[in-house]
Design a binder for this molecule. Structure first.
Ligand SMILES: CC(C)(COP(=O)(O)OP(=O)(O)OC[C@H]1O[C@@H](n2cnc3c(N)ncnc32)[C@H](O)[C@@H]1OP(=O)(O)O)[C@@H](O)C(=O)NCCC(=O)NCCS
Length: 348
């Protein structure tokens, strides 16, 4: 099994060097309350291995606002030469496993496979099994992005100057009546309200039901993001990585990011370390396409790069027409794609 896991890892690392350095065959994070191990082939002919995990986020968890209530996740590991065929047989075994699993007939459920975005050999297979590419985990490697910033920032200023009067340099507020400031403890409610807007917006693309606990969970998350850290008074690098945009004193946008110590949960998704994770990016509808989102992202990236963070990660909905183009311009690109069959029983 170790040799198989090594081959699967080498294959994925050749496809995308930003993927993790090692993929344990058992997927230790995925062995929770099911842990069924599914195999395609044996011994030297082992072509695919997958571990199944069943989970149900608590009603108070923020995660519930962006996904289904009952989750069945497969962590697949495949090797060539025909990785698509190996994955196909693995998913068929998993479908049969789920058919006799309690809860998989619930409507508020999903069968989920998180697959490397650049592993194109699996895409048709995933589709053929009724899985849809709902969300993306995108990555912005700091070193590469900041190397491009100088050239891009001046190009951006030039382009904006041509596109409309009142252009602004990267990192500055996009207009005289607009200001960007770091958020503080008193802003938790505003951030939670913006977060609830993002959840409502994203539901257009994912179909995730509205959850009664969303605002409370977001308030809790915002309070943690804004909590004072030792040395924050004297050291700007210890202040929260959360900024608000305001027009005439009214909040119009936010970017809110977990520092590496809070982002450890997503760190295993990439080889780069340490990582930060952006929980929220939002600009009010009437304020969009005026550079507010880019100015907020510039504030974040300046500090992230300075702090020695190797990469920033975030999720966006694949079908959100605002998200992918925007984050791509800020230096992000897809790393993992989350394929889901909703409900779980629709897995073919
Ligand atoms: C994604 C989002 C935060 C972007 O915020 P924004 O303030 O509209 O972002 P910007 O104005 O900086 O950039 C948006 C576009 O305006 C353009 N733009 C910005 N300033 C401009 C200017 N002065 N002149 C002309 N165009 C300009 C940008 O080039 C960009 O164009 P593109 O979409 O073709 O790439 C916002 O659309 C949003 O809140 N969407 C809904 C929620 C959401 O999707 N959140 C992200 C989920 S992960």
């Amino acid at each position: 099994m170790d040799e198989f896991a090594a081959r699967a890892t080498v294959r994925w690392r050749a496809i995308d060097p930003l993927l993790p350095g090692a993929f344990p065959a058992e997927g230790p994070d995925l062995a929770d309350d099911c842990g069924a191990g599914l195999t395609v082939g044996q011994g030297e002919n082992l072509a695919a291995f997958g571990t199944c995990r069943h989970s149900q986020p608590d009603p108070g968890e923020i995660d519930l606002s962006w996904g289904m209530a009952r989750r069945f996740e497969l962590a697949p590991r495949v090797v060539g030469p025909d990785a698509g065929a190996a994955l196909d047989r693995l998913i068929s075994l998993w479908r049969d496993h789920l058919a006799s699993t309690p809860g998989s007939r619930d409507d508020d459920s999903a069968a989920i496979i998180t697959w490397p975005s650049r592993d194109i050999d699996g895409v048709v297979t995933l589709q053929n099994h009724g899985l849809r590419p709902l969300a993306v985990v995108a990555i912005r490697p700091s070193a590469r992005a900041s190397a491009r910033v100088g050239a891009r920032a001046s190009a951006r200023v030039g382009a904006r100057a041509g596109a409309r009067a009142g252009a602004w340099p990267a990192g500055e507020a996009p207009g005289p009546d607009t200001r960007i400031r770091r958020a503080g403890n008193a802003d938790a409610e505003t951030i939670a309200a913006f977060g609830a807007e993002v959840a409502r917006f994203d539901a257009h693309f994912s179909g995730t039901p509205s959850r009664p606990g969303t605002v409370a969970a977001l308030r809790h998350e915002a309070t943690r993001l804004l909590a004072a850290r030792p040395g924050a008074e004297a050291d700007p690098a210890a202040r929260p990585w959360t900024w608000l945009a305001e027009r005439d004193g009214q909040p119009i946008g936010v970017i809110a990011t977990q520092r590496p110590d809070r982002a450890a949960w997503i760190a295993p998704m990439t080889r780069l370390a340490p990582v930060a994770y952006t929980v929220l990016g939002y600009v009010s509808p009437q304020e969009r396409s005026a550079g507010v989102g880019a100015a907020l992202a510039d504030c974040l990236h300046a500090e992230v790069d300075q702090a020695g963070v190797a990469a920033t990660l975030l999720h966006y909905e694949q079908l959100n027409p605002y998200a992918a183009p925007f984050w791509s311009r800020q230096g992000y690109r897809p790393l993992w794609t989350m394929w889901e069959a909703r409900p779980a029983w629709s897995l073919r």
